[in-house]
Ligand binder design. Sequence first.
Ligand code: ADP
Ligand code: MG
Length: 354
Amino acid sequence: MTEVLSLEDVELTYPNGKIGLEKLNLTAKKGELIAVIGPSGSGKTTLLRAVAGFLNPSEGSITINGEVMYRRGQSTVPTEKRKLGMVFQQHAIWPHMSVAQNVSYPLRLAGVARSQRAQRVDEILEMVGLDGFGERDPATLSGGQRQRVALARALVNSPRLLLLDEALSALDEPLRDTLRLELRSLASTLGLTMLHVTHDRNEAIALADRMLVLDKGEVMQLGTPAELLDNPANPFIAGFLSDATLIRGGVKDGLFQSVEHDLRYAVSGEPDGDGTLVILPSDIAIDESGAESKQVTIVSSLFGRDHNEVVLDWGGVRMRSRYSGVMHREGDTVSARITQARFYPAKDYSTPGT
Ligand code: ADP
Ligand code: MG
C-alpha cells in the first residue's frame, strides 16, 4: 500500500465559529512532496495541525498508512503516536541542549538505547549537512544551521510523514535554495512523504509533485504544478500563481464585454452569462504587429533572467505581460496582442488576496 496520508471530507470549525477547513480531500503517496499554498489565513496551518493531531476536525476522517488517526466517534490517535516529523518557521530547538541532544531527543522519548542513539544522530546530522556539529551549542549556529537541526530532529525517528510549516521562510537565499534541494532529494531518496506549507509560489512550483491551493479553508485546486499553471481551475488560481489579468464581465453572442471598461474579446463556444476573462501574462504578445494588435503604454517594467515582465495600460486596464526580447521602459508605447484568453463563467468573482 503506497498511500501514506488520506484526508476524507475533512471539515474543521474553530470553537469561535471560524471556518478552518471545508470538505477537504487529499491523499499523499509514499515519497510524494505536496506543497500547500494559499493566502494568509487560508487554512494551511490548520491543515497541518489537524494532520498532526493538535486540532480535531469537526467532520471527516484522517488516515495514515491505512490506520485511522481521526474519525468522529472513534478514539483519536494522539500526536506522539502518529509518528510524524514536524518543522515550523521558528527554530524550535532547545537552547540549553547541544545539537546532538536536540536531535536525539525524539529517540530518547521513544526509549532507544544510548549507543544506538549516538549512531543515528551522527547519520542524520551528516544527511542534513551538519557533520561534526553534534557538540555545538545552538546559539553559535546560523539561522540556516539551526533550521537544519530542526529538520534533523524531525527526521531522526524515521517519520511516516514530514510536516513543514513555512520551514524555509525565515531563511535567506541562497541557503533557502540549498535546503529546498535537500528536501527534494529527501523525498526521492528516503521515499519520505511531505506536506510542505509555503507562501512562496515559486518554491511550491519548483519543489512539489503536486500542489494544494487553499483559499478560505477551501481547496481551490489540487494537481501538478504544470496542471495548475497551464490549466488553472478558476480565476483565483490564475491570479494567485501566474499574476493573470482578471476582468469581470459577461458573454453575449460569443463576445466578452468587460463591466468596467470597453474591453471586448471574442470567446467562441461560450454560452451567454456573467463571468471572468482570464489573461495569463504569457498570453500577451509584445512587439508583434498584426491586425489585432493595439498600441499600449508600459506602466512598469522588470527585467528577468528568462523573460521581461511588464505591466501595460490596455485602454484603462492594467495587464501583466511576460515576454522575451527587447526590454521596454516605463512610458514606452508598444504594440501588444492578446493571443489567448479564457472565460470562466461564475457568479463568484473571488480574486486572490495577499
Ligand atoms: P494560514 O496558515 O493559511 O495562514 P490558518 O490555518 O492559520 O491560516 O488560519 C485559517 C483561518 O482560521 C483563519 O481565518 C484564522 O483566523 C482562523 N484561525 C486560526 N487559528 C484559530 C483559532 N485558534 N481560533 C479561531 N480561529 C482561528
Ligand atoms: Mg500559517
